[in-house]
Design a protein around this ligand. Structure first.
Ligand SMILES: C[S@@+](CC[C@H](N)C(=O)[O-])C[C@H]1O[C@@H](n2cnc3c(N)ncnc32)[C@H](O)[C@@H]1O
Length: 238
């Protein structure tokens, strides 16, 4: 796959600000599944250090609300300004996905890269805490780190080389996510599929020079990517 939007960002910036498998490539592949118009107001949910927000604002022309719990919105704003963006294009804020500070029906779309599995594993989450903030007809796009097949009962050694069974509880297969999301009224599942760029995105991540990437390297080198995937989810609010 080609990544013309992701590749407008220097590799040094991607490596400095990624918090997991290359979010720029995941975001670009995810957006290609839908047709979100220029000028749409988009919630980047669990936006981390702002890479995906920068891509969506600068390369897609969306107005982006970059909502994240752990990162510092001031640091993200300086980064976004460095990308040539202004506060008319991106609004970084500290927010908890389970208590979003917006008006109901505010967003045209939601995009969430490598974050939804932190808060969305509770099947009540989507209907209670996220869907009300999306306009009727609006789309939600998630790229979720997952498993090819759930193997929590018999975890392979390669996964345990970097992660504990508790950490691996954050990862599930497509069937598990379909069951989780399918319990929510008022939303239509348009698409759920394995993403193509998983191996490439992980290769970019484990090449990063930070302790988290270094910690994940052992599993990847031991063959973890035979068991892991990334699940793209495309939903529409009815
Ligand atoms: C693995 S990082 C991914 C960040 C970014 N999307 C990226 O791909 O680089 C997971 C992100 O989820 C966010 N997160 C976890 N729980 C959250 C919550 N309850 N509300 C908002 N964000 C949350 C964290 O702040 C963190 O930035």
């Amino acid at each position: 796959m080609n990544f013309p939007k992701a590749e407008t960002f220097p590799q040094s910036i991607m490596r400095e600000r990624s918090m997991g498998p290359n979010p720029l490539k995941l975001c670009e592949e995810l957006l290609a599944l839908a047709d979100i118009p220029v000028g749409s107001v988009v919630l980047d949910l669990g936006s981390g250090a702002g890479l995906t927000s920068a891509l969506m604002a600068r390369e897609c022309g969306f107005i982006v609300y970059a909502a994240d719990l752990w990162s510092d919105p001031s640091d993200n704003m300086r980064f976004l300004e460095g990308c040539g963006l202004t506060n008319r294009q991106v609004v970084p804020l500290k927010a908890d996905a389970t208590a979003l500070p917006f008006a109901h029906g505010f967003f045209d779309a939601v995009v969430s890269v490598d974050s939804y599995n932190y808060f969305g594993r509770d099947p009540a989450y989507l209907g209670t805490h996220l869907l009300p903030f999306v306009k009727r007809g609006g789309e939600l796009l998630f790229a979720i780190p997952g498993m090819v097949r759930d193997c929590h009962d018999d975890l392979p050694a390669c996964l345990l080389a970097s992660w504990t069974p508790e950490q691996l509880e954050f990862m599930h297969d497509i069937g598990w996510w379909r069951e989780n999301i399918g319990q929510t009224d008022g939303v239509e599942i348009l698409d759920m599929r394995e993403m193509s760029c998983t191996r490439e995105a992980w290769a970019d991540w484990v090449a990063c020079d930070n302790e988290y990437a270094a910690g994940d390297r052992a599993a990847v080198e031991a063959g973890a990517l035979d068991y892991l995937n990334t699940i793209a989810v495309r939903l529409r609010r009815r």
